[in-house]
Ligand binder design. Sequence first.
Ligand code: NAD
Ligand code: TDX
Length: 350
Amino acid sequence: MSAILVTGGAGFIGSAVVRRLVAAGHHVVTLDKLTYSGTRASLRDVEQAANHRFVEGDIGDQAMVGALLREERIEGVMHLAAESHVDRSIDGPGVFIETNVLGTYRLLQAVLDYWRSLEGAQRDNFRFHHISTDEVFGDLPFDSGFFTEETPYAPSSPYSASKAASDHLVRAWHHTYGLPVVLSNCSNNYGPYHFPEKLIPLVILNALEGKPLPVYGKGENVRDWLFVEDHAAALEAVLTRGAVGESYNVGGRAERTNLQVVEAICDALDVRRPLPDGTPRRALVTFVTDRPGHDRRYAIDCAKIERELGWVPSVSFEEGLARTVDWYLDNEWWWGPLRARYAGERLGRG
Ligand code: NAD
Ligand code: TDX
């Protein structure tokens, strides 16, 4: 595909996708509203690229999106724009419904109008790729089960309910109107440019500064972690080779308890930047009130994408975490202003 629209391309995963697609030579148009979690700094690597264009705007602005699709003769849309933080969805669900549900609906309408205007190969080859989460499947017991593409939806939080709703809309636009869609549901990502309210970057930066490390409940909850560049590779495979109407689960085969993740970060920083008084950073772990409705465990069975599209996770959790810690140590220019700007807001429930 030569012309791809990436919504949410100034966010964490979106910017990794944009960097990958630009490097591969696609013409990439990033559409992003630059909410608190989006920043053009995340696109610094592609700022000068002739095959990248940044457009500041809202996915819900149907007239603007329609004009952009026509002007750029877009061949594929990768829809990542969303409100993405579970804790924020508990404190204020409204914007999650507005962006993730109504925004996706309005984007679908603009895309459908545009797709209907296409003819021949352009119409046949067009794809709308909806990027979703494993959280739509809900809560797994600690000791058994994996999410497959057939697992029934059972979202627990306002965030996951809004993403489930958007998944349903996308499938309905395919079944009812024939829009050629593909979907993917991915587990927890981590890596460079991750907004410092999420567990891994929050803990890296608090630990760096010798601050308490908030762990919800007993730290027993399990997540399946995937390095963000592996996710970007999976998304490119789904967009370009996925079967229309199908969804693909994407995961890292790297289940860890939250406490294991936090302790691994402590140990990595103790080696690289020991605290001045020599205290091991594990001593900073602080167990705090649990997240309401906290899903115990997420775990992805990614056999379908491995079998059908030949994608496999390539970065182990240990390697990916070491790269991530090193990236935060080297890139204060990126996270410093964000930490300063959002210092007044609660970053994490602790
Ligand atoms: P993020 O919060 O870092 O980025 C979201 C981006 O969307 C930001 O740049 C923001 O400015 C933009 N945006 C928000 N509302 C917009 C609007 N109305 N119009 C245009 N742009 C808007 O999120 P992320 O972690 O990069 O997640 C990206 C997508 O991947 C989301 O759809 C999320 O549900 C999904 N996902 C995330 C993970 C994860 O671990 N982070 C895992 C699976 C799926
Ligand atoms: O301070 C914290 N302490 C803590 O124990 C924070 C912020 C989180 N946690 C726990 C809650 C979760 O069990 O760590 C785990 C990970 O939390 P988050 O980083 O907030 O991620 P999560 O809620 O799992 O959701 C993420 O992965 C799936 C993304 O934010 C979603 O957008 C994605 O869909």
